[in-house]
Design a protein around this ligand. Structure first.
Ligand code: APR
Length: 249
């Protein structure tokens, strides 16, 4: 745990790292206006995840699940990357960050310009058919709820990972490979409670790598991280860019 200013410590670790990666959760998008799931103000305070983000919930009441997703899709379509997303993309351009592994489904890292992005939980702006192989990006909230497949008439679902479902194999293996190569992981805006995603940053620690934990409140990585930055993502990355002399975003 660095005794110095966490931003100064993080900049030192980043400058001396060989292969740094960033691991993000809902908190990195909070300042884009997208509510987190847990913690103060989180989505789950109003909804029960098991009533909405599970295959059983969808089976039982596809309309209810789709009404919730339509509301989230609208929020995501109206959101923009915030300074944290933009700074992470700038760090990749500068060669200081090699990959972003995200639990988020909002696509804001790619939109901000990050190119090597692993989306562990899929994308809320993509739908797929529950019956055939049809898959499509969404440019707007579906007009019909629940939406039907134009090819076979089957129910469409959000192309995201629900509780109890496996993560996309290719993405999970990419994440394991990136973490296996990393000597520094910057963990941003995650409570770290949902597996198997939450164990990915621990892979970096397991082979002697370092960890910076960026979160306004304690989380699962507090106490494990070398540097604890108890602040919001946008503030941390704005200060980090300045510390690295990379200007602002
Ligand atoms: N900057 C950084 N972190 C923030 C900010 C902010 N401005 N605001 C809130 N946070 C922190 C919260 O303190 C919390 O610890 O972001 C974290 C968000 O945690 P969760 O809401 O649990 O989100 P996440 O960890 O990404 O959830 C993992 O759970 O519901 C499933 O599939 C969903 O991908 C999601 C997974």
């Amino acid at each position: 745990m660095g005794l110095l200013d966490p931003v100064v410590e993080a900049a030192r670790l980043l400058r001396s790292s060989r292969y740094a990666i960033v691991f993000t959760g809902a908190g990195v998008s909070a300042e884009s206006g997208i509510p987190t799931f847990r913690g103060s103000g989180g989505l789950w305070r109003r909804f029960r995840p098991e009533d909405l983000a599970t295959p059983e919930a969808f089976q039982r009441d596809p309309r209810l699940v789709w009404e919730w997703y339509a509301w989230r899709i609208k929020m995501v379509l109206e959101a923009e990357p915030n300074p944290a997303h933009r700074a992470i993309a700038r760090l990749e351009e500068a060669g200081l960050v090699k990959a972003v592994i995200t639990q988020n489904v909002d696509g804001l890292h790619r939109w901000a310009g990050s190119s090597n992005v692993v989306e562990l939980h899929g994308s809320i702006l993509r739908v797929r058919c529950t019956r055939c192989s049809y898959r499509s990006n969404l440019a707007r909230v579906p007009s019909e709820i629940p939406p039907r497949c134009p090819r076979c008439g089957g129910l469409l679902r959000p192309d995201v990972v629900w509780f109890g479902e496996p993560l996309p194999r290719g993405e999970l293996e990419r994440a394991w490979r990136e973490a296996g190569k990393a000597d520094l992981v910057i963990v941003v805006g995650t409570s770290g409670v949902v597996e198997p995603a939450a164990s990915i940053p621990l892979i970096v620690l397991s082979h002697g790598g370092s960890m910076v934990n960026v979160n306004p409140e304690p989380n699962r990585y507090t106490g494990l991280a070398d540097v604890e930055a108890r602040m919001t993502a946008a503030r941390f990355f704005s200060l980090l860019l300045a510390e690295l002399g990379l200007g602002d975003v």
